[in-house]
Design a protein around this ligand. Sequence first.
Ligand SMILES: [Zn+2]
Length: 286
Amino acid sequence: MTIRPIDIGPFKLDGGAMFGVVPKTIWQKQCPADDRNLCDWALRCLLVENGNRLMIVDTGTGDKQDAKFFGFYDLPNGKTLTGAVEKAGYSVNDVTDVLLTHLHFDHAGGAVRYADAGRTTLEATFPKAAYWSHSGQWDWATNPNPRERATYLRENFMPLQANGQLRFTDKEDLNLPGVDLLYMDGHTEKMTLPMFQLVGSTGQPRTVVFCADLIPSVAHVPVPYVMGYDVRPLLTMDEKTQFLNRAVDENWLLVFDHDPVYEAATVERTEKGIRVNEKGTLTELL
Ligand SMILES: [Zn+2]
């Protein structure tokens, strides 16, 4: 099995929203903000080659909403997921599985696209793929609470149910050798973190975990650095604590969805708590 991170960012999000209760005087040293208080973030997806399966994890924002909507995020930036898949030597028809960690617009937007230049008909971006979500996350996205309503855009995922490509990881086995799934409920209900058993560069087994929005960047490794978007921030802190302890004990390599510089990092115990150890590209650290 091989994993290739694909960053189809940058896009911009409010620095205050990304760091929750952490003061700007502290976070701006790591993430400088522009005059609108926006910082640059990656839109990192994964391309996973596993036997005769080709899986994509998360799909970025896509391009279905209007210019005003994307203007808030400094999009479009000229990069697309389908362009990246083709650059990797595949066509959209080769993708067998799409795992959506959750259905927020910056993770699920690229799952569905307009089929026509007139932008009237929607279709799955990957016509032959099974699209995987958790039924608990799906229920939240399709009956959204007032706090998450603006990020669950029905056009991003409803066509997948209508055309029969939707599958639920809690009802059916993803059945990919060397891939396990972790579920977290602090950021949103039943966010999925895929965990991969790979072989490291020196031949040793290595666990790689895609952190989704549990730990979106290197700057979010310290437990109190919880995004303002999270629906259950205290639960996120518990989940991060348990997750990071396992990451140290089992020498996990963590991959970040939104870090604008670093694809991946390892973590270590320090006097102040668990902190980043090595950081770099996935290939460098594997
Ligand atoms: Zn999210």
